[in-house]
Design a binder for this molecule. Structure first.
Ligand SMILES: [Zn+2]
Length: 255
């Protein structure tokens, strides 16, 4: 059977607001582009050992996303295929959409992927995911906020990364600024646009947050804090009141 292009979690319907209950009382959409390390048959010719690593997916991010979606009753979209097949967090014209090399490893099944193959993958997996997000945000209306969940490795090129959580943003800081403040107050070591910058034109939040004018943020979690189901659940429990307070900050300023 053909696996769906993405996983959709329906939001709980609460009165007229359509779910996503939080103290800011704004509809919340959760995204997890790099949720899965699954690959179609053949696995792009990749060493199975590599599939279990961060190059294939964002370890722990899916579990935290599901826990938050359940806690909020918020809708969520999660990728069901590895980022190595096609990276959902890139614009359709981005040259890194299908990576030929990732963290030093050659991806055999991508090495010879030509424009036709990339177009085929966009049509099969990338376009349906983003179309579903567009449809959901159309339904949620102008009060919606978008939170995208990712995770990062504790070290990079031998150097430990000091942050517990990274908050990534581009030009709209309505949600990222209060979230960074609230995370720091709660005792997290917070990366300000670290370990990556959120200013990537064409990425998921550029398309669904910046271009739509919706408050949005990308949350990067350090993988060792969320690498078991129990740890991810505990992390989501810790994160929820903080995110809640930040969403409320934004809602208050908008009203
Ligand atoms: Zn990611």
């Amino acid at each position: 059977m053909m696996k769906n292009a993405f996983e959709a979690i329906a939001g709980r319907k609460t009165g007229q607001s359509g779910g996503g209950q939080n103290s800011g009382n704004c509809p919340l959409l959760l995204l997890c582009d790099h949720a899965s390390n699954a690959l179609p048959e053949g696995g792009l010719g990749l060493d199975p050992g590599l599939l279990a690593t961060h190059i294939a997916y964002d370890i722990g991010a899916a579990a935290v996303t599901r826990a938050l979606a359940a806690a909020y009753g918020a809708p969520a979209f999660l990728g069901v295929w590895s980022r190595l097949l096609i990276d959902l967090n890139r614009g359709a014209d981005d040259p890194t959409l299908v990576m030929k090399l990732s963290d030093g490893s050659i991806i055999p099944g991508n090495r010879d992927a030509d424009a036709a193959e990339v177009a085929r993958r966009i049509a099969a997996w990338h376009a349906p995911y983003h179309a579903a997000i567009v449809a959901e945000l159309d339904r949620m209306g102008p009060a919606a906020m978008v939170v995208s969940m990712h995770s990062f490795t504790p070290a990079w090129k031998g150097r430990p990364r000091p942050w517990d959580v990274g908050v990534l943003y581009d030009r709209d800081i309505r949600l990222s600024a209060p979230l960074m403040k609230r995370l720091a107050e709660a005792g997290f070591t917070v990366g300000d646009n670290e370990p990556y910058t959120g200013a990537l034109e064409g990425d998921t939040l550029y398309r669904h947050g910046t271009l739509r004018g919706l408050p949005h943020v990308l949350i990067e979690m350090r993988q060792d804090l969320i690498d078991s189901d129990a740890a991810a659940q505990a992390f989501a429990l810790r994160l929820k009141p903080i995110l809640d307070a930040a969403l409320s900050d934004v809602a208050l300023r908008r009203s």
